[in-house]
Design a protein around this ligand. Structure first.
Ligand code: ZN
Length: 280
């Protein structure tokens, strides 16, 4: 983490110094960035960001442990863990660290993890806005962004920032909601085509997009009762799956009768989320 060069989100120049009262100060425009009282986490926000430094400084950190169950579920989604297997171990930016469970998983895999989110936690190195990253160009070998892109108010801008802070040939691995329900202030749930557009416009190449969990699993997970009682969860999921499989089966038959193949990959068409990989 210490070898990462910081960049001022206000003037765009590299180099933040430590002031006597332990704020970070831009060595060019002298803008000051405070630290949260919890672990002295730097809060590095541009005045263009809709996030409020004052509000973040007032944020009470929940000292609870990272939820490893959520991290394991994240990385078991579709091909995410498989895609991570061949990625060279190096400097990794966890773009949107959430409750931090992902961090443990990534460190166990041998990555040097820097993490940020829009609120402080015990597992976050910086509080910042993913649309204005406080890192110099080409700092990271790998960036992971699991279930974050749907929470970005401008995914095109954030993808450009990710591209900027990746080293040449650096790898982005992430997932984005597609047919998941609206959740936790999500803005843009992306279709495979939309996601490809966001990544292509940022400059990425070798883009892979895969089906993650299915939409019926993702919708099932929204309902608290169904999720809490394992038997109810299994029954409701089985009913949803049956409806889905019959529907897809009938669709395929209809295509065959017309002598055609479905125009889209059906697993992608009905995916709740889309794991993806892209290269700078
Ligand atoms: Zn500056």
């Amino acid at each position: 983490m210490s070898s990462i060069v910081l960049r001022c989100v206000e003037c765009g120049k590299d180099g933040l110094d430590e002031s006597e009262d332990s704020k970070l100060v831009c060595s060019s425009c002298r803008k000051e960035f405070p630290r949260h009282r919890h672990q002295g986490i730097p809060v590095i926000l541009s005045s263009k960001s809709p996030l409020s430094t004052e509000e973040i400084l007032r944020h009470q950190v929940n000292p609870k442990q990272a939820d490893l169950k959520i991290a394991k579920r994240h990385w078991k989604t579709g091909v995410l863990a498989e895609m991570m297997r061949d990625v060279p171990r190096g400097q990794l930016l966890n773009f949107g660290s959430g409750d931090g469970g992902d961090r443990y998983w990534l460190e166990k895999q041998g990555f040097k993890v820097t993490s940020f989110d829009i609120y402080p936690s015990s597992f976050t190195d910086y509080v910042c806005d993913g649309h204005y990253l406080p890192f110099a160009d080409a700092q990271f070998d790998v960036i992971t962004s699991i279930a974050v892109f749907e929470h970005l108010y401008n995914p095109f801008q954030a993808a450009q920032e990710i591209y900027r802070v990746l080293k040449p040939n650096g790898i982005l691995i992430g997932s984005c909601a597609f047919l998941e329900a609206y959740h936790a202030f999500s803005y843009f749930h992306m279709s495979p085509l939309g996601l490809r557009e966001v990544l292509t416009r940022a400059g990425f190449r070798e883009i892979e997009i895969h089906p993650g969990w299915s939409f019926e699993e993702s919708l099932n997970a929204r309902f608290w009762l169904w999720n809490q009682v394992p038997l109810i969860r299994r029954i409701t999921l089985a009913v949803n799956r049956l409806k889905f499989r019959i529907g897809i089966g009938l669709w395929k038959i209809a295509y065959r009768l017309k002598g055609k193949e479905p125009a889209y990959d059906l697993e992608l068409t009905f995916a709740g989320s889309l794991p993806f990989k892209a290269v700078k």
